[in-house]
Design a protein. Structure first.
Length: 254
């Protein structure tokens, strides 16, 4: 019998996760609006059981909580019963806060990213250690996983892998803009950028970034000139500061 996952929340992250998991699990979705629930099912592209949030019974269910962190209190008040297992993807929302608002036999925090939609998420998890194997198996269905031993580490992982796709979009767009600036047409610049990211994703799996850089950078060559420009612009510091700022913000949300 196929296990059912109950999504509480029907936003972009819930949809991304549901798309990645629908081939292995039955999907239920709980939200505040019949219209939004119908849109969720349509975007999912496969049937999903749909329920309104008010007085929803979570007893014995496997829950994936995908609401806004600020809404945890109001959502918790509208649920009844005790879940079997609660997964939360709420940035900065501690296990203590989750268990104070939603009853569950076990609670796990998870931080996937938008690549869940295409089965390539990098998901970090922590929480109830007895549920570790089950949690990793579930999120392995949508990409790579890493279990960490503290919520502090999860907040740092959120800053890197959770928010990382947004940082990379900035890099991707800027590189394509640079090519357009130098005279190549936009469509070709986008094709080159996408091919670059696709190939680099494979290379970085087995090699340290510094070694890859050294393999490309010949003395006095084009890569060395471009790399020096990036260092002069403070790109390295900007990336480091982005992780620090995002991790700090995750702590502030608690």
């Amino acid at each position: 019998m196929t296990e059912t996952l109950t999504f509480i929340g029907n936003g972009a992250m819930a949809l991304a996760l549901a798309k990645g998991l629908k081939s292995s699990y039955a999907i239920e979705v709980v939200g505040r609006s019949d219209k939004r629930l119908a849109e969720f099912e349509e975007d999912l592209g496969s049937p999903a059981e749909k329920y309104l949030l008010e007085d929803f019974d979570i007893s014995g269910k496997t829950i994936i909580l995908c609401v806004k962190p600020a809404n945890i209190l109001s959502v918790g008040k509208q649920l009844r019963g005790k879940a079997s297992l609660l997964y939360s993807v709420l940035a900065g929302t501690t296990i203590q806060t989750l268990t104070s608002n939603i009853e569950a036999d076990a609670t796990v925090r998870a931080m996937p990213n938008l690549a869940a939609t295409v089965g390539r998420s990098m998901t970090t998890l922590t929480g109830n250690t007895a549920s570790q194997e089950r949690a990793l198996a579930l999120f392995d269905a949508i990409g790579s996983t890493l279990w960490v031993n503290s919520e502090k580490e999860l907040d740092i992982a959120t800053a890197l892998a959770g928010s990382g796709p947004a940082y990379l979009t900035l890099i991707a767009e800027a590189l394509a803009d640079g090519a357009v600036k130098e005279g190549i047409k936009r469509s070709d610049a986008m094709t080159l950028m996408r091919g670059l990211f696709d190939g680099f994703a494979a290379l970085i799996q087995d090699e340290h970034p510094a070694l890859l850089k050294d393999a490309v950078m010949s003395p006095g060559g084009t890569t060395a000139a471009g790399y020096a420009a990036l260092e002069k612009a403070g790109v390295r510091h900007g990336c480091i500061d982005a992780i620090s700022s995002a991790a700090k913000r995750a702590k502030e949300l608690q």
